[in-house]
Design a protein around this ligand. Structure first.
Ligand code: COA
Length: 378
């Protein structure tokens, strides 16, 4: 067998063949099933995009109506799951609560029939429908309140914002939130998607697949950066402080949160769209001084680090948008998970359609032929 070069983090090594999404990091292009992200953000909805990602084509009008209808009527969670969540510690991170709750779904829907398209559809609908309900339920219960029941008359995104606050959101706010979900729905072979595919390759159930991906997304090197952007903007405090803050960070060789990307060497196309959405939010719902700080920081970093290809990534403007919607900072990553469930499910379906269990190799760096030393002699 040939000896391969070891690449930490598997950098540059294809882990799958996939027709779900495509990124061109030099030109700032992101496509889902060949459709540009700008086109989808402008014209599609999150649920329609989820259908596109999972079934590989845009739904017809009737298919879309049926799919939306199914998701709408599967939003409620079993009272036993709600009771289980009630006993979670309120100080726990919402991502941990979500991971446990997603895994618990597998207990209630334990039948596994991966060759049956009806089973696949049922699992897709159930996960897309209940993950937002579980995120909102934990948010209310950790504050000592009862969860808010989903409202069947509201669309997917409006219903999630409603379940968080018990107030019907402004239609523009709900639309902007829906676009945010579309932008975060899928992004080729990242850590959580790889995790989902590895778990899927064992032919376990889709609830275990999503639970393992949620666990992977929760780390600060992956989904957690948008939370840190808000902390950074608060620390900077004013436009005047941007220059000195940046100098200080660069001197200490510290990273600036929300900037840089392994693949994009220009501004992330999702950041460009999110910036426009942030502007729409502030125009309609009031000015936010942190936006001015963000714009100045982007300008200053382009000047200092543009030659290295360091530009805003998806996390830079998303936090500002969510904050203006009243979403608590530690829910930013669970919101990311609500969106990414679509991509994970697309990868689950693609993986099991042509499966081979993941079983990589390793480069052994330990000893051989070591003799056992009895405990008295150690
Ligand atoms: N701020 C300042 N400098 C940065 C930077 C940032 N956010 N991101 C990268 N750089 C610099 C590095 O210091 C390095 O400089 P050098 O060549 O002089 O040593 C160069 O750019 C390459 O960086 P590297 O860390 O090797 O890039 P990567 O592809 O391994 O890392 C990230 C990509 C996303 C992990 C990295 O850019 C980062 O940590 N960004 C901040 C966290 C973040 O926003 N994460 C969300 C990603 S969507």
């Amino acid at each position: 067998m040939s000896v391969c070069e070891f690449k930490p983090g598997l950098e540059g090594i294809p882990a799958a063949q996939s027709s779900i999404s495509f990124v061109n990091g030099q030109e700032g292009i992101l496509e889902y099933r060949g459709l540009r992200i700008e086109d989808l953000a402008e014209n599609s909805t999150f649920l329609e995009t989820a259908y596109l990602l999972i079934w590989g084509k845009l739904p017809t009008k009737d298919e879309l109506i049926e799919f939306e209808h199914e998701v709408r009527y599967h939003r409620r969670i079993k009272y036993r799951i709600r009771d289980m969540m009630k006993s979670f510690p309120e100080s726990g991170h919402p991502m941990d609560a979500l991971q446990a709750s997603a895994a618990a779904l597998g207990l209630f829907y334990s039948r596994r029939d991966l060759d049956n398209p009806a089973y696949i559809r049922d699992a897709v609908v159930r996960l897309l429908a209940t993950i937002p309900t579980m995120v909102a339920a934990f948010q209310l219960m950790r504050k000592g309140n009862d969860p808010v029941r989903p409202r069947d008359d509201l669309d997917y995104s409006a219903n999630f914002l409603y379940m968080l606050s018990e107030r019907e959101p402004d239609p523009l706010m709900a639309r902007i939130f829906d676009v945010c979900l579309t932008l975060h729905a899928e992004h080729t072979m990242n850590a959580s998607t790889f995790s989902a595919r590895v778990t899927a390759s064992t032919l376990t159930d889709p609830y275990a697949v999503v639970a393992s991906a949620v666990g992977t997304l929760g780390g600060p090197l992956h989904g957690g950066a948008n939370e840190e952007v808000i902390g950074m903007l608060e620390e900077i405090g004013s436009v005047e402080n941007v220059g000195s803050y940046l100098e200080d960070r660069l001197q200490r060789k510290a990273k600036i949160m929300g900037f840089g990307h392994r693949v994009y060497k220009v501004k992330d196309p999702r950041a460009t769209i999110l910036q426009k959405l942030a502007e729409q939010m502030f125009d309609k719902f009031g000015y936010d001084k942190y936006y001015d700080i963000a714009v100045e920081l982007e300008r200053a970093i382009a000047e200092k680090l543009g030659h290295k290809g360091i530009y805003p990534n998806v996390d830079f403007y998303s936090g500002l948008v969510y904050r203006k919607m009243g979403i608590p900072t530690d829910l930013f990553t669970p919101v990311f998970a609500i969106a990414r469930v679509a991509g994970w499910l697309a990868h689950w379906k693609e993986q099991i359609a042509e499966n081979r269990i993941f079983r990589p190799t390793q480069v052994y760096t330990g000893h051989h032929d070591v003799s056992y030393t009895p405990v008295e002699q150690r």
